[in-house]
Write a protein that binds this ligand. Sequence first.
Ligand SMILES: Cc1cc2nc3c(=O)[nH]c(=O)nc-3n(C[C@H](O)[C@H](O)[C@H](O)COP(=O)(O)O)c2cc1C
Length: 374
Amino acid sequence: MTAIVEGMPSNLAIDFEQLNFQLQRRQKGYGRGRRMQIETDTAAIVGGVRHGYTTGAPIALVVENNDWKHWRNIMNVEPIEGSDEEKRRVHRPRPGHADLNGGLKYQLTDLRNVLERSSARETAARVAVGAVARQLLAAFGIKIGGQVIRIGEIEAPPHSLPLDEMIERTEQSSVRVVDSATEQAMEAYIDQIKAEGDSIGGVVECIVEGVPVGLGSHVQYDRKLDGRIAQAVMSINAFKGVEIGIGFEAGRLRGSQVHDEILYDEEKGYTRASNRLGGFEGGMTNGMPIVVRGVMKPIPTLYKPLRSVDIDTKEAFTAQVERSDACAVPAASVVLEHVVAWEVAKAFLEKFGGDSMEEIRANYEQYLQQVARY
Ligand SMILES: Cc1cc2nc3c(=O)[nH]c(=O)nc-3n(C[C@H](O)[C@H](O)[C@H](O)COP(=O)(O)O)c2cc1C
């Protein structure tokens, strides 16, 4: 996969190890199958970075798949001779996937053309570009963490650990939770789901700390950063819902239980007494941590057969599966962090934009002083 990142300033130091560390985080997690062992993702930067620093030119990233050699002919750009079987033509659309809609819409009778592009493999590229965005944000003290909140019926109990500790603990966990009792319960639950030939989804959360007040804007619908983050989160494969702060819970509570009171402190300036609204008011950051949750549906490819219809014969069949993950929620948590990082970085550059890191830093510091004087 190739991704091109436009608009990064010059003189941002790129930490290649960190970039690949993020890609490898996406591949971990209890409930994933053999495929993750085949693909050990690394990103090669082939443009826009020189001697470890961005030049201001578009950054080109390539994430190769080690398995691609075996698919060279099947996915050949040029015409190939061979039977449908040799071309691995797909004519049986899988429920819950893009297969049938994509085939109908693009008039493609080999559903592999839809299947490969719509695959969540694409999230490796989104993590790679998000990892670059994350490095830009880190240069301004903005830190991002993620955790799994729920897998099926098992919910992680709430905690109030500092972000650093949350990051440290979830990094040690096979299911990206902070406590080992929940981890064990989730592992056992995933085993059970897998043994039953089924799959399971869950809820993941991302927290962004150190965000200045005023990213995004109230002045126009498409400049509201909470709205833009929501779009980005919903665009992750299999995501079916998004919440900012307490999200849907806000529909159940009274106003006095929801809104975060404004405080003033000589040292910190304006703050909020709580952060139920997840760092946003009026589509703008309010200086509190951004808290975003997303819900992932169960993986649609399951061992338990689901009914579908063959596009050649129009006959019903039940989808038989040779290989599938039972749960990709821990991986989805890593993807969530990176799509959020990308949206926050875009808003950051809109606000403080400049051609070089030095110019952006000057704009940023001047703005912080202006806010402090207010
Ligand atoms: C990290 C991640 C891994 C996924 N792995 C699989 C998988 O192994 N098998 C599968 O059928 N779907 C998997 N999915 C989900 C599908 O890609 C997704 O459901 C499908 O593309 C249809 O898109 P939609 O669910 O957003 O409508 C995964 C999603 C994510 C985020």
